[in-house]
Design a protein around this ligand. Structure first.
Ligand code: PLP
Length: 716
């Protein structure tokens, strides 16, 4: 059965509210509490069902508008306030932080290529950390006022939805998206037709339609091959994110790079900087090479022209994690492109060899991207060092002790991740201007003025919201499993806001060691089930459909959660996504992070948790060594590293038990006055004051702009 998309919806509403359409089609609403509240007030049931304003406006009953018009003006005034806030944000004359810092900038935009964008749960075009980072990057670019354009792929089925059966087995569901019910509009040509981008594939041309998504001031363009102009066999190229088949993955990446570059050309956009976020889009470099060679440039001249305004961010600290394809496959697809350049295939293939000259190597996109960029960076200071160790041989001229690969530590978009109650407190005590002072550590010391019981009450509210979502999801899951009404009723008693709650949620890749804490099961059980000071742990996460060991981990933990004597202390909520992530980082007391160092390039969920006052308990990996100060969380087993993985697991888990038993549990349950753990709340404030300014996406964008974008743009 082929999918029949609807067409551009005809959204009707009273003239008085006509700008709701524009608001619904701009994700600005997703990080603006007043706008979110306004949409949910239009119809609570539709909001709860979709969490997507476009869908809500399509499905609303026309007579419902009359109710809103005759409510004594309360919805109207809410609407007007949101529109005022939106217009202030979007005002092209606004004095943005970028304009203040670079008043004379006249260059083109930064073009940012990424294979996934995690913007909101209603847009399934992301899978995990890399996507959410791209989404936060785009949101922060909008806040900053940076000229910026995103390029990605629009997946019909996206990443899978996870169902877990009663035995803990992960099932993969691929829901079809109807793009016309998402905040997407097809891009049109001057003559009003859908813009189509063509890319040469062996023996044919594959076409892609282009969709536009607005993220505040930023435009994101997404390519979609599921159109009648393509062969049935080519239509699914943009069907699944991180598709398993290697050749299909190659097709996607060829489309993203070459097709993405051609969107910009078609639309007459001249980027000042080309930013490759991970290597997936690296074939855009060949497209640019083709253009320059066709225009008569020499190879050396073309290469240096491209390098001048190209930059690359790597996110992978392990060699096997870097995207690479068999040479034969690359040769098969690049044939027509090489011909267009008048360049010998071997010369192109050489650019993708991780080790120059050697035979038998695959074509490595990271190596290609590093070679053709003038600025490359890792995503934490530690990851920068690891990347230099991995790739130094690609910089033969660099002095032995230099670091040719730079480091810009990741950050997260505060307005997206800060919980409702804590945000209100911050606005009460620090004022509404906090978004403009996001990177100012002095300013954020102000959270220490918040009254202890206010902060604690706000935290408990957020925790209760997490617990409600969890129970709701679990009832759905148990109903599917055929559990009895009594078992369903039991869910209402699961998770108690008074009990210390630890969260662990991320992709179930094995290096993240989700099961580390179960190494000494009896010791863990003794700590968690102490009747005076019980502890609950909430897990969530998906394993890639091709990752069997990751799925075994899901099953292992799921079975402990529901079929062991730790039932009631360990919990697992299925289908981890941005919504679950948001509730978890906003509601737990402890955020647990146990990667095998140094494989977590940065990690960002701990930043989101820390901003909400959760305390990180983490291996010294990724971003955490830069954040930990001894007063804003705990470091597991700092500085003790072994080559033997089993020994490392033993030491790390033992260190975790020790910290949990002797520091975390006493700090949480002791020193309570009127139910508020004073020492704990002091640590929460320290976490917020140190993590918000240093690990916000605003700080990240400031770094990228100062260290990479402006220097590269200035070199033209
Ligand atoms: C933040 C986030 C991640 C990344 O978490 P890590 O700690 O970097 O593993 C993954 N998935 C979702 C949905 C997120 O929100």
């Amino acid at each position: 059965m082929t999918f029949e998309p609807t067409s551009m919806p005809d959204i009707r509403m009273p003239e008085e509210f006509s700008r709701l359409r524009e608001l619904a089609y701009n994700l600005w609403w997703s990080w603006t509490p007043r706008a979110r509240a306004m949409f949910s007030n239009i119809s609570q049931p539709l909001w709860a069902l979709y969490r997507n304003p476009v869908q809500l406006l399509i499905d609303i009953e026309p007579h419902h508008w009359q109710t809103l018009l005759s409510d004594g003006g309360s919805f109207m005034s809410e609407y007007r306030r949101v529109i005022r806030e939106f217009d202030r944000y979007m005002d092209p004359e606004a004095d943005t932080p970028f304009k203040k810092a670079y008043p004379d900038y006249k260059g083109g935009p930064v073009a940012y290529f990424s294979t996934e964008f995690g913007l909101h749960e209603s847009l399934g075009i992301y899978c995990g950390g890399l996507g959410v980072l791209s989404g936060d990057h785009a949101k922060a670019a909008s806040d900053l006022g940076l000229p910026f354009i995103g390029i990605g792929l629009l997946y019909r089925h996206g990443y899978f939805r996870q169902n877990i059966d009663n035995d803990g087995r992960q099932h993969h569901l691929f829901n079809e998206s109807d793009f016309y019910r998402m905040p997407l509009r097809p891009v049109h040509t001057a003559s009003g037709r859908n813009l189509l981008i063509g890319v040469e594939f062996p023996g044919r041309e594959v076409k892609a339609r282009v969709w536009q998504l607005m993220i505040g001031r930023v435009k994101l363009y997404l390519l979609d091959t599921d159109i009648t102009e393509n062969d049935a066999a080519d239509r699914p190229i943009t069907s699944q994110l991180y598709v398993r088949g290697r050749e299909m993955r190659f097709c996607q990446e060829l489309l993203l790079g070459v097709g993405g570059a051609r969107i910009l050309r078609e639309m007459k956009i001249k980027p000042a900087v080309w930013h490759l976020n991970e290597g997936h889009s690296a074939f855009l470099l060949f497209e640019r090479l083709r253009e320059l060679m066709k225009a008569g440039r020499t190879w050396d001249d073309a290469m240096s022209t491209i390098r001048r305004d190209t930059m690359f961010t790597t996110h992978t600290p392990v060699p096997a994690g870097n995207e690479a394809f068999e040479m034969d496959l690359v040769e098969k697809y690049l044939g027509p492109h090489a011909k267009g350049m008048g360049v010998a295939m071997d010369r192109l293939l050489e650019l993708g060899k991780a080790y120059p000259g050697g035979g038998g190597q695959p074509f490595n996109l990271t190596a290609l991207a590093i070679r053709m960029s003038s600025y490359s960076n890792g995503v934490s200071q530690l990851h920068g060092d690891v990347s230099n160790d991995m790739w130094r041989h690609l910089f033969p001229q660099a002095p032995h002790d230099s670091k040719p690969i730079k480091a810009i530590t990741n950050g997260v978009h505060v307005a997206t991740w800060l919980g409702h109650d804590i945000r209100e407190l911050v606005e009460e005590s620090l004022g509404h201007g906090w978004q403009d002072r996001c990177c100012d550590p002095e300013f954020w010391q102000g959270v220490k003025k918040i009254r202890d019981d206010d902060l604690w009450a706000a935290h408990i509210h957020q925790k209760e919201r997490l617990i409600r979502l969890f129970r709701h999801r679990l009832v759905e899951q148990f109903a599917r499993h055929g559990n009895s009404p009594d078992e369903m009723r039991e869910v209402e008693r699961m998770l108690d806001p008074k009990v210390l709650l630890i969260g662990f949620a991320r992709r179930f890749a094995t290096y993240k060691r989700a099961a580390l804490i179960f190494r000494d099961y009896n010791r863990l059980r003794a700590i968690l089930t102490n009747p005076e000071r019980p502890v609950h742990i909430l897990f969530s996460g998906k394993a890639h459909p091709a990752d069997q060991p990751g799925q075994d981990l899901v099953r292992h933990i799921y079975n402990i959660a529901f079929h062991s004597d730790l039932r009631g202390h360990i919990y697992f909520v299925e289908d981890y996504d941005i919504r679950i992530a948001r509730h978890m980082v906003q509601g737990v007391e402890i955020w647990l992070n146990t990667p095998r160092r140094p494989r977590e390039a940065s990690g960002t969920s701990g930043m989101k948790a820390g901003m909400n006052g959760a305390l990180n308990v983490s291996i010294s990996d990724g971003w955490w060594p830069e954040a930990a100060n001894g007063r804003n969380g705990w470091t597991i087993n700092a500085g003790r590293y072994f080559d033997n993985e089993d020994m490392q697991d033993y030491e790390d888990s033992t260190s975790f038990y020790h910290i949990l038993e002797n520091e975390i549990v006493p700090a949480f349950y002791d020193h309570r006055q009127k139910g508020v753990p004073a020492n704990w709340v002091a640590m929460m404030k320290e976490a917020m004051a140190t993590i918000i300014p240093e690990f916000s996406a605003a700080r990240m964008l400031q770094d990228y702009t100062r260290d990479a974008y402006m220097p590269l743009a200035g070199r033209k």
